[in-house]
Ligand binder design. Structure first.
Ligand code: SF4
Length: 257
């Protein structure tokens, strides 16, 4: 019987903006899924962001995002199907009282968005096809003033496991401008590589989903479906990481948005 806890050390490099980020990780030796490798992908994302933050600081435009500022947490947040799976599992592991509290928050957020007419727009897929419609939906969503159900006292209550899209939203302009990005000129940092997009591309191949992600506010409802997208990208830890890195290389060659 193979030891399910056995791991192997892998060293690899990640192509980032013409350079290579050297990394290593302890991987499950046995069968694993892309969802189970998320902590490693989150660490890689953190390393990319750390490098970008240092460059921004050195260029005299430090990142202005701070704990306690949740202005951007009123936007529509894309969550890859794999992150949705991991967050669903995590929520199920919480004490029942906390689960009920979160369920109530998600319910309130969805009700408020429905009342603002935003849910109707989200469930129609046409918006993903046109930049103008996508931008309008983003504005409508933000103007509904619906905070992410995980936002507590303007802090992210799931900070260590927050979606990649949240990590990638980095601003160098004054935080006050984030109070309404549709009116003010918010200056964001262009990341050389967004690992969220890599996860979306895997998600697009599952059930031919056009986006490869869901809006975070749908997470609780999505979790009731018991989908296991990670099972579609499975193998030994080394095999799954290799597939992920191959997709990163493909997308770094000019296929990212
Ligand atoms: S998950 Fe956290 S960081 Fe992301 S939108 Fe929600 S509260 Fe904000």
């Amino acid at each position: 019987m193979p030891d399910a806890s056995a791991t192997v050390r892998a060293t690899f490099s990640l192509p980032v903006a013409g350079a290579h980020l050297q990394a290593s990780a302890q991987l499950p030796a046995g069968q694993t899924t892309l969802t189970q490798l998320l902590p490693i992908i989150q660490n890689l994302e953190n390393a990319i962001i750390g490098r970008v933050a240092e460059e921004a600081q050195a260029a005299g435009s430090p990142i202005s995002c701070r704990a306690g500022c949740g202005a951007c947490c009123r936007q529509m947040v894309p969550v890859s199907l794999f992150e949705a799976e991991a967050l669903t599992e995590w929520m199920r592991s919480l004490p029942e009282e906390r689960q009920n509290e979160l369920a109530e928050r998600f319910h309130r957020a969805l009700s408020a968005l429905r009342d603002a007419g935003v849910i109707d727009k989200i469930v129609h897929d046409e918006w993903v096809l046109g930049e103008e419609q996508t931008q309008q939906l983003a504005i409508d969503y933000f103007h509904a003033h619906v905070a992410c159900p995980f936002l507590e006292n303007e802090n992210c209550s799931i900070h260590p496991i927050r979606p990649l899209a949240c990590r990638e939203y980095l601003v160098v302009s004054s935080p006050e401008l984030c109070q309404d990005p549709s009116v003010h000129d918010v200056t964001g940092v262009q990341l050389p590589l967004k690992l969220s997009r890599v996860l979306y591309s895997f998600g697009q191949q599952i059930e031919r989903d056009v986006r490869g992600w869901i809006p975070l506010v749908f997470l609780m409802a999505w979790g009731k479906g018991d989908a296991k997208p990670g099972d579609h990208v499975a193998g030994t830890g080394e095999e799954v990481l290799k597939r992920f890195l191959a997709r990163v290389a493909e997308m770094s060659d000019g296929h990212q948005d």
